[in-house]
Ligand binder design. Sequence first.
Ligand SMILES: Nc1ncnc2c1ncn2[C@@H]1O[C@H](COP(=O)(O)OP(=O)(O)O)[C@@H](O)[C@H]1O
Ligand SMILES: [Mg+2]
Length: 289
Amino acid sequence: MTATTTPSDAVASTEAGPFVLEGRHLVKEFSAGARSGILRRRPTLRAVDDVSLGLRRGEVTALVGQSGSGKSTLGRMLARLMPLTSGTILLGGQEVPAASGRGLREYTGAVQLTLQDPFASLNPLRRVEYILSRAVRIHQGPADGGEVRHRCAALLERVGLTPTDRYLDRYPHELSGGERQRVSFARALAASPAVLLADEPVSMLDVTIRKAMLDLIDDLRREEDLAVLYITHDLGSARRYSSEVLVMHEGRVVERGPSEQVITDPQDAYTRRLLAAAPDPERKSTRAG
Ligand SMILES: Nc1ncnc2c1ncn2[C@@H]1O[C@H](COP(=O)(O)OP(=O)(O)O)[C@@H](O)[C@H]1O
Ligand SMILES: [Mg+2]
């Protein structure tokens, strides 16, 4: 059924296996005055405009576009942290109802979102052990304190933060940007997700540690058989770490296809501009991680 109802603009889910997570004709509109609290009628902004996409287990799909193109909004829609204006989300081929409740808990376990700035999502008043233990208790069921600490340590080990005792007792501000990003991956893994939506996981990190972070995501993809949506504005890393690229511009997917093909032979004018403007990753230096 999925194969025949797949929208024509999505990649067909045939030989390569079924999609674990699929979005069809996703639309998100914001009223332009919403942020400033102005109630007066304002024109709406289509932040996501009829986007269809499918993610497969064991594969990284890159969502590439410049700032403001709608990438994070799409990520939040797929994580069901934001209601859809219209469109459909399917998990494991099943349509996900809009209503919350028990179904939503299952959904958020299966589909985990990590953010560009993990500082914003890690409680600054809590140690890493507490932050992870909450996720462990929610997603892995009841266990005594010793067992929970043990599970938290296993998660830290999974993301390369060792010796784990040293990290369990730290506060987020005592970690580097890269370490914080790893803690947010560890927290996501507590749910044993099928899908990881990684929103700009390296754009705030120092260039010297970006590769290690992307290698970690690639390891997780392989070892946990995760479907990964790698959200980035960097086409270079998309080429190296993803099998498929979707280029997003002003809310729409303007080009999609195998990464190598999109990057070496872009068909869309916007993709070409994005490539021409791409900074040399070796020379680029940003905020320290
Ligand atoms: N909660 C919101 N309310 C109003 N506008 C929003 C909201 N979130 C995002 N936007 C707008 O939607 C557009 C897409 O934003 P975003 O998804 O964050 O893009 P990206 O992640 O590609 O930088 C931007 O114009 C942004 O200002
Ligand atoms: Mg964003």
